[in-house]
Design a protein around this ligand. Structure first.
Ligand SMILES: [Zn+2]
Length: 495
């Protein structure tokens, strides 16, 4: 029985380290130094919005010695201004002042963080985007753009550059605007293009850009608008017979495009001369819509529809002295696709295109719009553009009987089939305005000869615009018309 306790004791001694018999306990480890204070790597931090700084907190004992192995908990009193991460990285965000604090074992230290505006990181349209406006005019709501930094702070005094990047709009005056105290800038000097359709103005700052979009609409007018340019000029009319379908070719911009393409052809072909057209809003063609009082049968069945149209327009008070009128008549005819008065022998004010016309007693059909009219400003001139120019020149007396190559057999015309003012039995292939420059569009003609260069109904194209016209024409060379007989297309009314 006495052996039993010893047997139990042995394993216990082994467990305590092999049975040593040292009675002295090891000295206790020194107490860990307590944290008396916290020191920060910086106590004043200045940041622009978007920038970050790394703060470092050091625990100190009462003697000012570093206490190792301690980490800080980080807090900010305004996370909107200066949020801080668990590792002490602070980021400037909203403009203002915040206090960032590090806490170790209940001891704290803090840094003041002052955030100021940073570089632009966002540029956006805040007003006036995607609106409709009148062609040639400023959009109804002045567009506004806003510049902001990383923290959505307004960037004050930012210079925003403006550029017309789509459509034929323009800027009046400087191509920059500067942001105000709210970081916004208002665009008041943008004018929409003179042709209906989409316009884009691009605003840029600091490598950022945003489109401002507006759509130009052509408001219908039933009377001549106040004239932008004084003196002699051509006025344009879209006329529909009393019983005709109104295809709204004025408001759609189709006729304005056609006239612009015709003008470009004239300018390039003559070296800088074109028709002086009635405009408003800085170059928008003033096209008057007229619902005629006569039926299409009454007008179009006559030998000279242009006569009926002129009488109708005169009776409605549409015609004014000192102006000539080019009329797109949305109705028919029997023997011509277009006609015009030819002073002095046949005085009058009107040239007319019969958009649904026919010839040869109604057996031949004039080209429809799809086949014969330019649809886009960049298009080459087509049949209706040549006719518009042709009839316009008739109304100023071209080709005059005094011109060297005037054809008595075809009054008002010259004999070259490539000439805009040709008439004869060969197919018409217009590509030249006044072959040789000696009959109706030259600078050296006798003063008595009706001449686009000296006519008060003509105008000289500014050189910069002429250069642009030449480039546009070069991009879209036109195929000469084939198989169109001018005597079927145009029949100047002779007394
Ligand atoms: Zn003719």
């Amino acid at each position: 029985m006495r052996l039993l306790p010893a047997l139990f004791l042995l394993p216990l001694l082994s467990a305590c380290g092999g049975g040593g018999n040292d009675p002295v306990s090891p000295p206790p480890p020194p107490p860990p130094p307590s944290v008396a204070s916290v020191r920060l790597s910086a106590t004043d931090v200045a940041l622009v919005s978007g920038a970050s700084a790394q703060l470092v907190a050091t625990a100190l004992d009462a003697a000012g010695q570093t206490v190792a192995g301690k980490s800080a908990a980080w807090t900010t009193d305004d996370a909107n201004v200066a949020p801080v991460t668990a590792s002490g990285s602070v980021t400037g965000t909203r403009v203002g002042t915040a206090r960032v604090t590090a806490t170790i074992d209940g001891k704290t230290a803090s840094a003041q963080v002052v955030v100021t505006t940073g570089p632009a990181t966002a540029l956006e349209v805040t007003a006036g985007n995607d609106q409709d406006g009148e062609v040639g005019a400023a959009p109804p709501t002045a567009p506004q753009v806003r510049v902001r930094d990383f923290g959505n702070n307004p960037v004050v005094g930012a210079v925003v550059t403006l550029a017309v990047t789509s459509g034929d709009g323009r800027l009046i005056g400087p191509a920059t605007v500067t942001t105000n105290a709210a970081g916004t800038a208002t665009v008041t000097n943008w004018r929409l293009g003179v042709l209906p359709g989409p316009n884009i103005l691009t605003a840029s700052n600091s490598g950022l850009s945003t489109p401002i979009r507006a759509t130009g609409r052509y408001p219908r007018a039933t009377a001549d608008r106040p004239d932008e340019v004084q003196g002699d000029q051509f006025h344009l009319i879209y006329a529909v017979p009393s019983d005709g379908v109104d295809r709204a070719l004025d408001g759609s911009g189709r006729l304005a495009v056609s006239a612009a393409v015709a003008q470009r052809f004239l300018a390039v072909s003559t070296g800088g001369r074109r028709l002086k057209l009635d405009t408003f809003n800085g170059g928008v063609l003033d096209i008057t819509f007229v619902r005629l009082s006569r039926t299409d049968a009454r007008i179009g069945a006559g030998a000279n529809p242009v006569d009926s149209i002129e009488v109708d327009l005169a009776q409605s008070g549409t015609l004014k002295p000192g102006k000539l009128y080019l009329v797109w008549y949305d109705g028919g005819s029997r023997d011509a696709c277009a006609q015009a008065k030819l002073p002095p022998g046949n005085p009058g004010q009107v040239g007319a295109l019969y958009l649904k016309g026919s010839f040869s007693g109604g057996t031949g059909q004039c080209l429809d719009l799809a086949a014969g009219m330019a649809a886009a400003p960049s298009d080459a001139p087509k049949y209706w553009e040549f006719l518009l120019a042709h009839e316009a020149l008739h109304t100023i007396g071209v080709v005059g009987a005094q011109a060297p190559h005037h054809q008595a057999a075809f009054p008002g015309h010259v004999p070259e089939p490539t000439d805009l003012m040709y008439a004869g039995t060969a197919p018409w292939a217009p590509s030249v305005v006044d072959v040789g420059g000696d009959d109706y569009a030259g600078s050296g003609l006798a003063g008595s000869v009706p001449n686009l260069f000296t006519s008060s109904f003509g105008e000289t194209v500014p050189s910069a615009l002429l250069m642009a016209d030449r480039q546009a024409m070069a991009r879209t060379p036109f195929a000469p018309l084939r198989g169109i007989r001018i005597d079927l297309a145009c029949r100047p009314v002779t007394p």
